[in-house]
Design a protein. Sequence first.
Length: 103
Amino acid sequence: MQWYQYIAYFLGGAFLVNAVPHFVCGVTGRRFPSPFASPPGKGLSSPTVNILWGAFNFAVAYLLILRVGAFDIRNNLDVLLLGAGGLLMGINLSRWFGSLRPE
């Protein structure tokens, strides 16, 4: 495997995890922070913007995971890299969005 495939799978996991909250909030009709809100990342964007942003993230994840190299779900290293990127993004998102909604 080439070095850039490691990076692509890691980032693919991050984009995949980032797509989920935006897409789910958009589909359920809830406003949610996005990079297009005012202020970026803190204000709330419309459900339509979040669906589009989530779809964009899904598309980037697809390109990084399935179009760069030959991702194999049975290859432990491929899955580990994908999972590590997703886990790191999930932790960062939970901290970021948690700070926006203190309870």
